[in-house]
Design a protein around this ligand. Structure first.
Ligand code: CDP
Length: 213
């Protein structure tokens, strides 16, 4: 049986950076499940469609080819928005559920464990995960982190606009009927508002080592 670490949390909470570092630390495989939703949303956009159109989004989810993901295109602000629009559709979620579970149970590269990050890993994708973390930070701090990232990749969006996006996305992700974003009952909460990446990482390792000992 593989060891599964589930990391959930809202946009720009730091869960991706944390998850990647934890996977390297423990020698586990890593899956950023947001990539899958971003790829579905971006594939609809790239074909000129509206990601809120269920027929288009479901067809894109069923045809998803991970080898064809355009890393730069899926990291834009628009792709993040499209991801959260397609993510409300249960059929889209169902289409990529099996891939996520299979990754957790049979981590690629013969690794003995997997770290998955997303919104519903601890609640729906891997409810049996060995350790669950729910990573948060204040909307203002998250907006600043995301704004700096976007600016670094050449976007001229304002910080105020990014804060608005973050709040809108939180409301949609937490308010949807299908697999809403919420901490699992047995998740450890990690608030990174005032924590550096280093400190957050140290705290996560402490929680995980304690849970697995
Ligand atoms: O990086 P950021 O936190 O902004 O977003 P992401 O993790 O790449 O996820 C993009 C969107 O996909 C989220 O706003 C969710 O709507 C959706 N998502 C989801 O519903 N379930 C997941 N397990 C992962 C992402």
């Amino acid at each position: 049986m593989s060891i599964v670490i589930a990391i959930d949390g809202p946009a720009a909470s730091g869960k991706g950076t944390l998850a990647r570092r934890l996977a390297a630390h423990y020698g586990f495989a890593y899956l950023d499940t947001g990539t899958l939703y971003r790829a579905v949303g971006q594939s609809v956009r790239a074909a000129g469609g509206n990601p809120a159109d269920p027929a288009l989004a479901i067809a894109a989810a069923n045809a998803l080819d991970l080898s064809k993901i355009d890393e730069a295109a899926i990291r834009t602000r628009e792709a993040g928005e499209a991801a959260s629009l397609v993510a409300v559709m249960p059929e889209v979620r169902a289409a990529i559920l099996h891939f996520q579970r299979d990754f957790a149970l049979n981590p690629p590269g013969g690794k003995r464990g997997a770290v998955l990050d997303g919104r519903d890993i601890g609640t729906v994708v891997c409810p049996e995960a060995d350790v669950k973390l729910f990573v948060t930070a204040s909307p203002e701090v998250r907006a600043r982190r995301r704004w700096l990232e976007l600016k670094g990749s050449g976007s001229s969006v304002s910080e105020a606009q990014v804060l608005e996006d973050v709040k809108e996305r939180d409301a949609r992700d937490a308010g949807r009927a299908a697999s809403p974003m919420k901490p699992a009952a047995d998740a450890h909460l990690l608030d990174t508002t005032d924590l550096s990446i280093e400190t957050a990482f140290g705290e996560a390792v402490r929680i995980i080592d304690k849970s697995m000992s």
